[in-house]
Design a protein around this ligand. Structure first.
Ligand code: ARG
Length: 560
């Protein structure tokens, strides 16, 4: 229920058709009313004093059951809402699912998300959680608002690392090991290659040759490359399945490497291309964006040209209204360049391309030894989290199977939620000691609150919800309900700012308000009237929380 909007649309002043929706604000001091309208800015337009205008608004305002009283004070009109009526409207709106209705206007808008997009044949690291989860959460937020969403995993299946692996594999590797150990094996031979290449720089040259063979689809090499890709894709897909992230497209960089000629002729036809020391560039100095490299001097494609080609392909395929890329902040310039080039090619792209970036997300050093390289490997972290939550669950009165099921939900949710908890641009260190604790700012706390709600509802049983007396709800309870009313606005705000943490903060707020309510009063008592009102409220609270948890990728747990 949009109370502000109801107030705004009911304000009438003679000979005046101002849009009042921006003028209705929440009052800071609730003693002065719940909402208020300041009349000062109207005084100039209407050539009347603010006091006069305020009086007129009060006079003309119709009788509404959600408004108890209207007061005029010093050029302000203050509205006092009727708590019972508001609470009733809000809860009925949730109960009838009306508050989850999607905006029909968005149904024919397509939004593509490019996220996760890992470089294959390498481990997924803790850093990949950010792009994967921020992208997924945003996709869900847009979906909840009715947009058509396309999830694209633009896999990194192209580049000289594959030449290195190929050389290593064919020179000292083994087919059997490749089949048995998959990505572990590919990582090993890659690391070994790098070590050997330090002593013998000629190896780099061989690697380039092998990479060229891959590009030329050499019949001896290309099938093996395909095997590398297939094996790594299966591994990545496995991890993504465990994170409950699923893509519509896995079309990666290699699919666009051969399209360079088309990109070049397109840019040439628009007079955008310049030669620079044998390479081809688009000069973006004018826009303070340096030069966007399109073709390397050896004639091959580059990250930017593949992205341009992918953009053209996606626009043809999906006719998107928005294309959103989720990557680390380090790629900011790359996307600014690509977007600028596309806008110069075709101003249809203007305003449709967005880069959503985030800061660094890491583990406290030494917490989980990384197998190779600098960062902790994601599956190791997942296993660590699962063991830790299994310990926590060990004393609970459930079957082993149930314990494992709950522990998995707590463990993986904690990981999934970490990059969504705080503003995405902030650097953060994963608080591995507290992430699984039931109190504090953790997903486990949210899940615990949800489980508590489920247990109250179970205890209450089937009590029926006819003729609810809303005046039985305490101040704490009605404050919570009024907060639930912000659901739609919060969703909208999170979408506008591409910021999942807005949902996270709101979810904490609601859970805290519920716990405040719950610690001060009993829900299920002998008083049927009071029980009924409270249980109805909690049933609808559960409904909202279920939606919110989905948006921030936290699994619901009915008992824990
Ligand atoms: N594979 C790249 C990386 O790991 C990220 C790709 C992001 N998406 C894109 N269209 N460039 O850094």
């Amino acid at each position: 229920m949009d109370i502000k909007n109801i107030i705004a649309t009911n304000i009438k002043i003679d000979n005046c058709d101002v849009d009042f929706s921006k003028l209705v604000t929440d009052t800071a001091d609730k003693k002065m009313g719940d909402f208020s309208v300041a009349c000062f800015s109207l005084a100039k337009i209407l050539r009347k004093s603010p006091m006069q205008i305020a009086e007129e608004i009060k006079e003309n305002f119709p009788k509404l059951n959600i408004i108890d009283e209207i007061q005029v004070v010093n050029g302000y009109v203050n509205f006092f809402v009727n708590k019972n009526h508001c609470v009733q409207n809000i809860l009925e709106e949730i109960n009838s699912q009306k508050c989850f209705e999607k905006d029909g206007g968005n149904a024919n808008k397509t939004v593509c998300f490019d996220y996760s997009s890992v470089n294959l044949a390498k481990y997924m690291h803790i850093g990949h959680l950010s792009t994967t989860m921020i992208g997924e959460s945003l996709a869900r937020i847009y979906e909840a608002l009715g947009y058509k969403v396309v999830r694209i995993n633009y896999i990194g299946d192209y580049g000289t690392p594959f030449g290195k692996m190929m050389y290593a594999h064919l020179t000292w590797g083994s087919e059997q090991e490749l089949t048995q150990r998959g990505v572990d094996y590919l990582q090993d031979i890659y690391v070994e290659f790098c070590k050997k290449a330090e002593e013998d720089p000629k190896l780099e040259e061989y690697a380039r040759e092998y990479f060229k063979k891959i590009c030329d689809k050499d019949p001896q090499v290309y099938p093996i490359f395909n095997k590398f890709i297939e094996i790594s894709k299966v591994t990545a897909k496995n991890i993504l399945d465990r994170l409950d992230v699923h893509f519509d497209s896995w079309k990666g960089e290699s699919a666009y490497s051969e399209d360079l000629d088309n990109v070049i002729s397109l840019l040439q036809s628009k007079n955008l291309l310049e030669d620079s020391q044998g390479a081809k560039i688009v000069n973006l100095e004018k826009y303070n964006l340096g030069a966007c490299l399109i073709q390397k001097s050896d004639g091959t494609s580059i990250y930017a040209s593949r992205d341009i080609s992918a953009l053209i392909d996606r626009y043809k395929t999906y006719n998107f209204d928005k294309m959103i890329y989720v990557t680390a902040v380090q790629q900011k310039l790359h996307f600014e360049q690509v977007f600028k080039v596309m806008e110069l090619v075709d101003n249809n792209f203007l305003g449709k391309l967005e880069h959503v970036y985030y800061g660094m997300f890491s583990l406290p050093t030494g917490k989980i030894a990384s197998r190779k390289g600098k960062q902790a490997v994601l599956v190791d972290l997942m296993d660590y989290a699962l063991n830790k939550t299994m310990d926590i669950m060990s004393t609970r009165p459930f079957t082993e199977e149930k314990k494992k099921e709950i522990a998995t939900k707590i463990a993986y949710s904690a990981l999934k939620f970490t990059p969504l908890k705080n503003e995405r641009i902030k650097d953060s260190v994963f608080d591995i000691e507290n992430a699984f604790s039931f109190d504090g700012d953790t997903s486990a706390y949210l899940q615990y609150t949800y489980a508590r709600i489920c247990s109250i509802l179970k205890k209450a049983g089937d009590i029926g919800f006819e003729n609810i007396n809303y005046s039985m709800l305490s101040l704490n309870a009605s404050q919570l309900v009024i907060e639930l009313n912000n659901y739609k606005n919060i969703l909208q705000k999170a979408q506008e700012q591409n910021e999942p943490s807005i949902i996270s903060k709101y979810t904490f707020e609601i859970c805290k308000l519920f716990n405040k309510f719950y610690t001060t009063e009993k829900v299920v008592t002998d008083d049927l009237e009071s029980t009924k009102a409270k249980v109805f409220m909690i049933k609808n609270l559960k409904e909202i929380l279920t939606h919110l948890f989905g948006l921030i990728c936290i699994d619901t747990v009915e008992e824990m």
